[in-house]
Design a protein around this ligand. Structure first.
Ligand code: IVH
Length: 699
């Protein structure tokens, strides 16, 4: 897409603009250059995954463009980076017809299937060896894009293959999809491109974590999340989900000048290359062109082995005859092309028997039904317990004890029950009875209108007390390693531990006498407890387990005060002014800080040495890393990347998005890649380890 020379020029232009964003002197020509710079950074970030500016710098440029366009609306063009954002809600999605039917693919499951298919391909083509292009089968939602005169004019879902929903506005929110692309350079007037929209595993997790914060059952897998996202009526929400789009097939095109069919479109690999060169995220880097089926099989197996390391889900590979003329000769059946086949990876689904349902009490009192199934291996893990989230899920899925159920476990995602197989019922299945009393303290369960969960409202319910302590010590909260669920439960049963402050007054002399507690494990636990006292206060806020307050909200809250107890003085209205805090969350925070027991607990924690004051706000001036720039690469041995980045900012340092002469420190972890190589070439960049980094902070 961008030659090295263009890259350097655009980066220089970008640096120049960043130096003087406020007095950026616009003329139509300068404005084009600002847009070109922004498009370039979008491409580096979303297509290449290798940004050259930090998010902050990008935002500055973006805001400069927004400002100019606001003052001069006549200068706004449809392909301006600002024009992705739509604020108007979609009422209904119009049905549109695809230029060419969107067929599905024939499936294969093993080497024999592929050998059979290759034999047919050789017969049909009369060749002794066929050239194939092999690429991942992306597990998302399929889309079709139409570009006319270089502009994106329409995007649609697959629908029934003949007609789909028009979703142009939503697709414009996906920043790796170019709003315009130089097809005319290839003599192309109109082109229809097929692809797949997906959510990376990381974004999917982020999304589900946010749902969990609101006690909403998570989405089952990234595929469903992507499909659902395309049909959201609020484009801003679509944008927030950070979807990705891989474009892998040119299904139709017309030419400007009928004489010249671009050479690139005569092979599938050429088409992928053409799309890549125009700024699309095609599987250019993932694909492989090979001769003969043996090499295809090897490549498929290699990819299957590395599947878990990919940042997104794939459910197989797609093998395509590379030569387009040969594709046309081979033609299609009513359902699928004969020139392509899917090679499906081993299923991450299995069937099993639903033996029983247990009801667990969470730290906020919500009752979660958990299905116990006959343990089955799925994708390398044995699954025996599956959360059913709430009563509605049981009803919607029509689950009964004794049912045969279909279970799926996608990658890192927690397993879930897809459905029960009603046809396999014998008549001996039993209804699942939701309890009316708390399974632990026997209090009557209540259900608030509009909420899916039944709840035990006894905050002294032993199950809740234990769950709150487990949450308090967990990795993303106070991170007290060496505790674990089992020890907390054990200490609670032995009456060594009654409540959260009790964590800091554990009777170690008694614990020492119990079997299973060696000197070393005790010292480790003591150190972890001691270290937790100085955790940043956003961790403590999260650790308190306030309803609806997840890690993100905890960070927002932490940035607001110098001391946690200041929240005693906040009104619901004042809380609602904070970023992303709505009435429900504000109310819950208000309730928490207006409960005497909670305040007493916080005071007790403080008297035991736990830090309730905000170190970050107290030490903003004269910070150790003042003005120094940092970038992290590779996986760090002990720190979470987000924590390390926060430490930089807390201490007055700045984070950069890429390696350049502006970078002071590159902190290198394991498996560092191109950033390290680049940094080695710039003598002013100091390459340091995590230990060096921590040392800098201690200075
Ligand atoms: S090619 C006419 N390539 O898999 C050929 N499809 O089961 C069009 N898919 O409907 C399809 N990755 O949604 C092709 N690299 C890839 C793909 C891919 C995922 C999806 C696509 C299709 C389905 C077929």
């Amino acid at each position: 897409m961008y030659s090295p020379k263009e890259t350097i020029e655009l980066q220089k232009a970008s640096e120049k603009l960043l130096k003087h964003p406020s007095n950026f002197d616009f003329t139509a020509k300068n404005l084009d250059s600002l847009k070109a710079v922004l498009r370039f950074h979008e491409y580096r970030y979303y297509v290449q995954n290798d940004p050259m500016v930090s998010d902050f710098e990008y935002d500055q440029l973006y805001k400069a463009l927004e400002k100019i366009e606001k003052e001069n609306p006549e200068l706004v063009t449809a392909n301006s980076p600002t024009q992705r954002v739509a604020t108007v809600l979609t009422k209904t999605f119009n049905t549109v017809q695809h230029l060419v039917p969107m067929l599905s693919l024939e499936n294969s499951y093993n080497a024999e299937d592929l050998l059979d298919w290759d034999r047919k391909a050789k017969d049909l083509s009369k060749l002794s060896e066929v050239e194939y292009c092999v690429e991942p089968k992306f597990d998302g939602a399929s889309i079709s894009l139409i570009y006319e005169n270089d502009a994106l004019v329409r995007a649609a879902t697959r629908g029934n293959g003949i007609e789909g929903d028009e979703i142009t506005t939503n697709i414009r929110q996906i920043r790796s999809v170019p709003l315009s692309a130089n097809f005319s350079k290839y003599n192309i007037h109109q082109i229809e491109i097929r692809g797949e929209v997906l959510l990376t595993k990381a974004n999917f997790k982020k999304y589900n974590d946010a749902l969990a914060e609101q006690n909403i059952p998570p989405l089952a897998n990234p595929r469903n999340a992507a499909a659902g996202s395309l049909r959201i009526k609020d484009p801003a929400e679509v944008r927030r989900r950070n979807l990705e789009a891989f474009l892998y097939h040119v299904s139709y095109f017309t030419l400007i000048d009928d004489e010249e069919i671009p050479e690139e479109l005569q092979s599938h690999a050429g088409a992928l290359q053409l799309l890549w060169s125009l700024g699309f995220r095609s599987p250019e880097k993932e694909k492989m062109v090979v001769k003969g089926i043996e090499a295809v099989i090897t490549y498929c197996q290699q990819f299957e082995e590395g599947r878990d390391q990919l940042p997104y889900e794939i459910d197989g590979m797609v093998i395509k005859v590379n030569n387009v003329e040969l594709q046309d000769r081979m033609g299609m059946t009513t359902h699928h092309p004969r020139w392509a086949i899917a090679y499906k990876f081993k299923a991450r689904q299995a069937t099993s028997k639903l033996k029983s349902v247990e009801f667990q009490v969470g730290r906020t009192g919500s009752i979660t039904p958990v299905a116990k199934i006959d343990p089955v291996p799925i994708g390398g893990v044995t699954v025996g317990s599956i959360s059913l989230f709430n009563e509605d899920v049981i009803r919607e899925k029509d689950l009964m004890i004794g049912d045969t159920v279909l279970v799926e476990r996608a990658g890192d995602v927690i397993p879930y029950i897809v459905k029960s197989l009603a046809d396999a019922r014998t008549g001996n299945e039993k209804k699942i009875l939701f309890p009316s009393n708390c399974p632990v303290c026997k209090d009557v369960l209540v259900k608030v209108e509009e909420e899916a969960a039944w709840r035990c409202n006894n905050i002294n319910c032993e199950a809740q007390v234990v769950e709150r302590m487990i949450h308090f010590t967990s990795k993303d909260a106070m991170d007290i390693r060496g505790f674990g669920d089992a020890n907390i439960k054990k200490f609670f049963e032995l009456k060594f531990l009654h409540d959260i402050p009790g964590i800091y007054t554990l009777p170690f002399e008694k614990i020492q006498q119990r079997e299973g507690f060696g000197e070393k494990s005790i010292t480790n636990l003591q150190t972890a407890i001691e270290n937790s006292k100085t955790q940043p206060i956003h961790r403590l806020i999260f650790a308190l387990g306030i309803r609806f307050v997840g890690e993100t909200t905890a960070k927002t809250l932490a940035q607001t005060v110098k001391h946690i107890l200041e929240f005693e003085k906040f009104s619901v209205e004042e809380l609602q002014v904070l970023e992303d805090i709505g009435p429900k969350v504000a109310n819950s925070i208000y309730q928490f800080f207006h409960n005497d027991d909670n305040i007493l607990m916080l005071q007790k924690l403080e008297s035991l040495g736990v830090q309730l004051a905000n170190k970050k706000r107290a030490s903003l001036s004269g910070s150790i890393l003042d003005g120094q720039t940092f970038l992290f690469t590779g996986s760090l041995p002990t720190l979470k990347r987000s924590d390390a980045e926060e430490m930089v900012e807390q201490n007055g340092g700045k984070l950069l998005g890429s390696v350049s002469s502006k970078l002071n420190y590159l902190v290198v972890g394991e498996d560092a890649g191109s950033k390290l190589e680049k940094a080695k070439k710039i003598s002013s960049v100091k390459i340091i380890s995590e230990a060096d980094f921590l040392h800098l902070l201690r200075k």
